[in-house]
Design a protein around this ligand. Structure first.
Ligand SMILES: Cc1ncc(C[n+]2csc(CCOP(=O)(O)OP(=O)(O)O)c2C)c(N)n1
Length: 361
């Protein structure tokens, strides 16, 4: 028996090239025009949201913001290929995907402001809290998918991860468990070339990250992560396969983090400006805009409408984060365990003691 069906394509799948021209694919049909225009709207909103959040960090309104500037096509597609009953498991960099699922961006940013645990109700839009510990969410995602399977629900789980996180043990455990139990999970790796300052070549010598699925019996695919059309097609196909009972799927998107890892990081210390500029020429927005305009699917009026809506969202985010809140220090301990452990009780006592000495409580 051959296992060729598990192998990704030699090159990442592209349906719209960097100049906006269509590329024929034997396996993946182009997404419907309506889906592409809707996705483009999401791209405009996503970029505006990224840039607004970045500005809020500089104003001291957000403690940190891991921006997905340049990776917005991955974000939009991950949310758009899911149905209402599906689940999304994001990382700290996936704010735009979470907002794409319908979560209020002010609630999403609450965590990054440092005000409260998750900031949003995970059950309302079926979006797990964004995780900072790398790859832990992949195991949680597999658990949720397995539970849905046992209940006979048609749920698919989209489990997002970065390239660096594929070196974590949790990544491998999640893939193995998902494969053995044939759970309906799509593992979606956004390969943006760096794990903070560590380039992918120092992290993995696998032919591609999509190849990592083969050892577990999971089919992998590579896709151009700045090509929204290809992402919709490839991720959409992976979701359909998972839903059809074909077990977990692995998709690696090739993209690039245009900005620093976070505001705490100086990206000029580990990468050349030339490299960044080369990727600027592959921007997902200009590419799709050219494509849609060439095909008569996007007018100036429509673009202005999308931009105005994105601007409204940015205003909503600014207004929402301009409020000062006073977090209750004890809320920090509230959701760690169902019953507080002796260590937590001790830590709470330390906090209470410090606060009483400061005269705050
Ligand atoms: C378990 C764990 N180990 C280490 C870290 C510290 N850390 C935070 S982000 C990061 C790099 C992650 O890179 P990647 O997975 O490529 O995601 P990206 O930030 O590029 O989206 C590391 C090592 C962490 N958050 N969790």
């Amino acid at each position: 028996m051959t296992h060729d069906h598990l192998l990704p394509s030699a090159e990442p799948v592209t349906l719209v090239d960097a100049h906006g021209h269509s590329v024929e694919s034997l396996r993946y049909p182009a997404p419907a025009d309506e889906a592409l225009v809707r996705a483009f709207d999401g791209l405009i909103t996503g970029r505006r949201l990224n840039d607004q959040a970045y500005a809020l960090v500089r104003q001291g309104r957000l403690a940190v913001y891991p921006s997905s500037h340049g990776q917005e096509a991955c974000q939009v597609a991950a949310a758009q290929v899911l149905t209402e009953g599906d689940w999304l498991f994001p990382t700290y960099r996936d704010t735009v995907a979470v907002v794409g699922r319908g979560v209020d961006p002010v609630e999403v940013l609450t965590l990054l402001k440092g005000d409260w645990h998750s900031g949003y109700d995970p059950y309302e839009h079926k979006v797990a809290p964004a995780t900072t510990p790398l790859a832990t969410q992949l195991l949680h995602a597999v658990g949720v998918a397995h539970a849905a399977q046992l209940r006979g629900e048609p749920t698919v789980v989209m489990a997002m991860t970065g390239d660096g996180a594929t070196s974590e043990g949790d990544f491998h455990e999640a893939l193995n468990f998902a494969a053995v139990f044939k759970t309906p999970v799509v593992f979606f790796i956004q390969n943006n070339e760096y794990a903070i300052s560590v380039p992918l070549a120092r992290q993995s010598v696998a032919p591609s990250l999509a190849h990592k699925g083969i050892g577990y019996g999971i089919p992998g695919q590579r896709v151009d992560g700045n090509d929204l059309a290809a992402l919709l097609a490839v991720l959409g196909d992976a979701v359909a396969s998972a839903r059809a009972g074909d077990g977990p799927q692995l998709v690696e998107a090739h993209t690039y983090r245009m900005q620093a890892h976070t505001n705490a990081d100086d990206a000029t210390r580990y990468r050349e400006d030339e490299e960044v500029q080369a990727w600027a020429g592959r921007d997902p927005i200009t590419r799709l805009e050219t494509h849609l305009r060439d095909r008569g699917l996007l007018t100036d009026e429509q673009l202005a409408e999308f931009a105005a809506r994105a601007e409204q969202l940015a205003t909503h985010v600014r207004d929402g984060l301009n409020r000062d809140v006073e977090p209750d220090p004890f809320a920090l301990f509230a959701h760690v365990y169902a019953e507080p452990t002796p260590q937590l009780v001790e830590q709470m006592a330390v906090v209470a003691d410090e606060l009483s000495r400061e005269g705050a409580h």
